[in-house]
Write a protein that binds this ligand. Structure first.
Ligand code: SDX
Length: 390
């Protein structure tokens, strides 16, 4: 079977499906959700509204959005027995590993498999996933801090709940500022979907065997964790902090990134599809200046990031390879200004990407896509006779 099969490592030149959800143009740096530009959505929409758009295909009316938000609240209580699962993890466990495990564990408490052809069942599974994923995502942080686990507050909105779930302590009242809520809305919208990236393709692949939605999302969390993918936002901050500690010598790190003998890569730079500016990076860079300015946060790594970006954009090696800042380059700087710890940055990406994963999983099942099962070119031993070596 060598003639008929063409190998395409990393699927750089292969399409896996047809989709109506997200449109990317890598040459022009265009990103649209269901036909709406990312610039307009990031500027004027809110995260649940965009989640509804991605999953159901149209922007919600006021009534539809209110119903969606209320139906999510109906499922915001996580089974108390899930706490004994999280108690089994060491405090030092990486939040993405805990999140992937807890998401898969939700299957144990929601064993009824979803009949995707039953609209009501599908809708309920979607609301359940959106509600419970947010709660367990914040539990990973609370656990690492030794804090009591918080409950969703049905009197508050989804993004407000993220902040109170993360930071509210029993000893004092908590209210996140409008600046923080608006910044998070924008960041979650910018991360909400991105066609067939590594983690979304994983969610589709796992779901193609008709595994459940929680199991498929859990696999997506694991794929997103890698530093070449969503884990890059954490790796960017670690890189910027290292440059800062090293006296801010960005040229030295640029040289390392170009040295073929050095495995170091400029994290937050380059992209499989964008061979121009990642439109999300442009919006996040602007938001970083605004949020840090409004909050009065002076973060030396923001200046280092700008210096590194300028140097890389003028560098022949990077220009020859069309390497530009991507969504992960500036996002961590905002997260840090909002008080979110570095090892939670990729969890932030997962919370934003959740509606995209759900939308793509739903489309894959509605389109009755076949089980994913690629072929290979065999390069191992030819037939040989068994002779024990014992
Ligand atoms: C995300 O797919 C998506 O849509 C992902 C995402 C989403 O929303 O889901 O946009 C989110 O994952 C953004 C990317 C975050 N990752 C990083 O920032 C990690 C650093 N970037 C690289 O590792 C890399 O650019 C990738 C993984 C993003 C893309 O890798 P490709 O498409 O496989 O490209 P490649 O590794 O083949 O690189 C092409 C060339 C190589 O040099 P040559 O062998 O041609 O000489 O460019 C070089 C690479 O060495 N290169 C880099 C580089 N990225 C690519 N060199 C230095 N620093 C880098 N960051």
């Amino acid at each position: 079977l060598t003639g008929a099969i063409t190998i395409d490592p990393g699927y750089k030149n292969s399409g896996s499906c047809k989709s109506e959800i997200t449109f990317l143009d890598g040459e022009l740096g265009i990103l649209r959700y269901r036909g709406y530009s990312i610039e307009e959505l990031a500027e004027s929409a809110d995260f649940l509204e965009v989640s509804y758009l991605l999953i159901f295909g149209e922007l919600p009316t006021t009534e539809q959005l209110e119903k969606f938000e209320n139906d999510i609240k109906k499922h915001s209580l996580v089974n108390e027995e899930m706490k004994s699962i999280i108690d089994g993890f060491p405090k030092t466990a990486h939040p993405m590993g805990v999140l992937s495990s807890l998401t898969s564990a939700l299957t144990a408490f929601n064993p009824k498999s979803v009949n995707v052809d039953n609209e009501k069942e599908m809708y309920e599974a979607i609301c359940k996933t959106i509600a419970k994923f947010l709660v367990i995502a914040t539990w990973t942080y609370r656990k690492s801090m030794g804090y009591p686990l918080n409950y969703y507050d049905n009197t508050q909105g989804y993004v407000e709940n993220f902040m109170q779930l993360m930071f509210k302590l029993p000893t004092q009242p908590y209210k996140a500022s409008e600046v923080v809520i608006n910044a998070l809305d924008k960041l979650f919208i910018l991360h909400a979907d991105h066609e067939q990236n590594c983690s979304t393709s994983t969610v589709r692949m796992v779901g193609s065997s008709h595994a459940g939605l929680f199991a498929s999302i859990s696999a997506g969390v694991s794929a997103l964790w890698g530093p070449l993918h969503g884990g890059a936002n954490q790796a960017v901050l670690e890189m910027l902090e290292e440059i800062n500690k090293d006296g801010g010598d960005t040229d030295k790190f640029l040289a390392k990134a170009k040295d073929k003998n050095d495995p170091f890569r400029l994290m937050g730079f380059g992209h499989r599809v964008y061979k121009n500016f990642d439109p999300r990076a442009k919006i996040i860079k602007k938001a970083a200046n605004e949020v840090l300015g409004t909050l009065g946060v002076e973060d030396p790594v923001l200046e280092i990031a700008k210096k590194l970006e300028k140097a890389a954009l003028e560098d022949e090696y990077f220009k020859a390879r069309n390497l530009y800042p991507n969504v992960d380059f500036y996002s961590g700087i905002i997260y840090r200004a909002l008080g979110i710890p570095t090892d939670m940055f990729t969890v932030m990406f997962a919370i934003g990407r959740l509606p995209g994963w759900i939308a793509q999983w739903k489309e894959m099942r509605e389109n009755k896509e076949p089980i994913g099962r690629p072929r290979q070119v065999y390069t191992g031993h030819p037939l040989r006779e068994y002779k024990s070596k014992k």
